[in-house]
Design a protein around this ligand. Structure first.
Ligand code: GLN
Length: 495
């Protein structure tokens, strides 16, 4: 058998059920890989004792013949998820030392399904970023490098630690969250699969809030089959989140037949951006050809309001963030700044928030409070909400025309170098999300599938966008694309 930490979830599950390995062995292999990968800065809070304890319990369940889908499989959890008794600080200084009294619904469901938590994963602070460089822990590093170049690359963001850890085989899979692309963009940058389900599929309870009308959790995995398996364990109705949908969760894995004959795949002309690298353009056409060869019909479509998505997102997301982050005031959680004699409550708020929040978070809070302020509410926030409705309607119109899924690039480029963008104009960084934010604004499911490499040998992803609540169908189309693309590249081991 290959090294245990290199297995996919589904292969590890099968091996466990056949008695070819144990959860303790799988977990030990991952813990060893994690300890040898500090250079990637992916795991920021390691929990080996919890992992081994859960692995032993999982082995006992498997031996007793009671093995739910994720039983015994070691995974990493993004630091945005509250995990009981374990540091959960959303990569922010303001939450330093915060150990929640409760477990997020998603991580609880994974635990109930037998998954083994190895530790908490690096990310951008409060999930704001596209390169994992806004983290209080310092940036995560991609295991990938350009050919003949030792420059360190970003694993993407905000779920950069999750992407790096899965791509480097430190864990079998990881949780991510996606508000504007934070599962799909890092998945594309690191050659793995990431799905953001329909808004409301996964409970947001216990996930530190960024922009509540956009935030969704999802799996980041080594294959589409793994994404299907893990998503099923993560989603479902939760009375503790009023936006979680009371809908049955299908057996997603059983829907992976690879048969997409007669499916209509839309190619939106507005996603053909000026200055898009030729390699991305080429990959996109090849992806369409692969789906056509598998029996799908390729249809040119129009999503006319696409060009307003990024500006609308960068009004709505900061507006909601500024409201959500008002709770970090130095009273209830995490760090309070050192105060001087005579300081009152206002000084406590100001000093705590100035010291505890990083620059990008402060920028978002300022943008958010500005667009929500009395004089500008209509001009910015309300207008952005109207644009959001139009963007959603664009998608509804094409689905009403019979389109089953939409194929686009996942990102406008391959992974960039650490430091290359963070010092530039912030808008440059925001442009990374150009193909992904529309999906969050419309609440739709979207998946990124690794589909090729660029001239430097770096992975490139394609995105498929599906109808609401039809993740099973979307995963099946992604499965057909994965089979046709046959992406097998792995990063060379240098860390
Ligand atoms: N990169 C986007 C942002 O900075 C999206 C982040 C996310 O999806 N959490 O807001």
């Amino acid at each position: 058998m290959t090294e245990l930490n290199k297995l996919t979830l589904s292969d590890a599950r099968d091996a466990l059920r056949k008695g070819e390995t144990t959860s303790v062995e799988l977990t030990e292999a991952c813990l060893k890989a994690i300890d040898a990968a500090d250079a990637l800065n992916a795991f920021v809070h390691k929990t080996p004792e919890i992992a081994l304890e859960r692995a032993k319990a999982a082995d006992a369940r498997i031996n007793a013949g009671d093995a739910p889908a994720m039983c015994g499989l070691p995974i990493g959890i993004k630091d945005l998820f509250c995990t009981k008794g374990v540091d959960s600080q959303a990569a922010s200084g303001i939450l330093e030392g915060f150990k929640p009294e409760y477990e997020s619904t998603v991580s609880q469901q994974l635990q109930d399904s037998g998954a083994v938590m190895l530790g908490k994963l690096n990310m951008d602070e409060f999930a704001m970023g596209s390169s994992n460089e806004t983290s209080v822990y310092g940036n995560a590093v991609s295991p990938w490098r350009r050919a003949d170049d030792e420059a360190q690359l970003t694993p993407g963001g905000s779920s950069g630690g999750s992407a790096s850890a899965v791509a480097a085989d430190l864990c079998l899979a990881a949780t991510g969250t996606d508000t504007g692309g934070s599962i799909r963009q890092p998945a594309a940058f690191t050659g793995i699969t990431g799905i953001k389900p329909t808004y409301g599929r996964c409970s947001r309870w216990g996930v530190v809030a960024f922009a509540s009308s956009l935030d969704q959790a999802g799996p980041m995995t080594k294959s589409v089959r793994d994404a299907a398996m893990m998503l099923e364990a993560m989603c479902g109705h939760d009375p503790k989140d009023s936006t979680s949908a009371d809908l049955a969760v299908p057996n997603f894995e059983a829907m992976l037949t690879g048969d997409i004959k007669g499916k209509k795949i839309g190619i939106p002309r507005e996603y053909r951006m000026d200055g898009m690298p030729a390699e991305i353009e080429k990959l996109w056409s090849e992806g369409a050809e692969m789906l056509r060869a598998a029996g799908a019909e390729i249809v040119d479509i129009s999503l006319p309001h696409t060009k307003y998505a990024l500006p609308a997102y960068y009004v709505i997301a900061p507006a909601e963030a500024s409201s959500n982050l008002a709770r970090y005031d130095g009273v209830r959680y995490g760090q309070r700044a050192t105060l001087e004699a005579g300081d009152g409550i206002t000084e406590m708020y100001e000093k705590t928030r100035a010291a505890g929040f990083g620059h990008e978070v402060q920028r978002r809070v300022m943008v958010g409070t500005y667009v929500l302020s009395a004089g500008f509410y209509d001009a910015y926030y309300n207008r952005a909400r109207k644009v959001r409705t139009l963007i959603k309607k664009d998608f509804e119109d094409v689905f009403a025309q019979g389109i089953d899924a939409i194929l686009t690039p996942a990102t406008p480029s391959a992974a960039f170098g650490l430091g290359e963008m963070i010092d530039a104009d912030p808008v440059q960084m925001y442009l990374n999300d150009v193909f992904t934010v529309t999906v969050n604004l419309a609440g739709l499911p979207g998946i990124s599938v690794p589909a090729g490499v660029d001239a430097q040998g770096l992975p490139l992803g394609l995105q498929l966008i599906g109808r609401p609540w039809e993740e099973g169908d979307l995963l099946n189309t992604a499965y057909a694309l994965e089979e046709a693309a046959g992406f097998v590249a792995k990063p060379g081991h240098w860390w």
